[in-house]
Design a protein around this ligand. Structure first.
Ligand code: FES
Length: 174
């Protein structure tokens, strides 16, 4: 008999895990960003196709090597940001994503943080690549960006300590 207790996922998480929207890489992406978590070794890559004149997200897709909650969070996030300006997308919080999923178990909060962290990283990268920064984009990293960075540092440390090789998600983003 299994001793594992199933996590209390909402019906929405289960539905999007089984039928995720916008899953898969995007060759014509304007920008992509990767975020990873040492809590579980999971990674997410987010792709954005941006209308550069309007600074609007035309399309978004993702690849997730994470759990059901991460897949569901990325699915709902990519739907939510479609058609939004980069400024509007920047303001989305991981709590909003969690709420729209019908709530996540506490130990799965980071799955939503990862998805939103990848979004913030992609938006910042978009402007960094162009050598500009709109006034609404904070000069210093946001809370979600810092959380993702901290998690990545921790996984690098753990992998180094145990003699394994790992590439940080932040460094891979192209
Ligand atoms: Fe790590 Fe969900 S448990 S992304």
């Amino acid at each position: 008999m299994s001793t594992r207790i199933p996590l209390p996922y909402s019906p929405k998480v289960l539905e999007l895990f089984r039928n995720p929207k916008n899953a898969g890489p995007m060759e014509e992406a304007t920008v992509k960003a990767i975020a990873g978590s040492p809590a579980c070794g999971d990674m997410i890559t987010l792709y954005l196709k941006i209308d550069e004149e309007k600074e609007t997200i035309v399309r978004a897709s993702f690849e997730s090597y994470g759990c059901a909650a991460n897949i569901a969070a990325a699915s709902i996030l990519t739907e939510k940001i479609k058609g939004k300006s980069l400024k509007e997308a920047w303001e989305i919080t991981w709590q909003e994503i969690s709420d729209e999923l019908g709530g996540l178990p506490v130990i799965k909060y980071h799955c939503s943080i990862l998805a939103v962290g990848a979004l913030k990283r992609a938006i910042r990268k978009y402007y960094d690549d162009r050598g500009t920064r709109p006034e609404w984009l904070p000069e210093k990293p946001s809370r979600e960006e810092l959380q993702v960075l901290e998690e990545e540092k921790m996984i690098e440390y753990m992998y180094k300590k145990f003699g394994l090789q790992v590439q940080s998600g932040g460094k891979q983003s192209g």
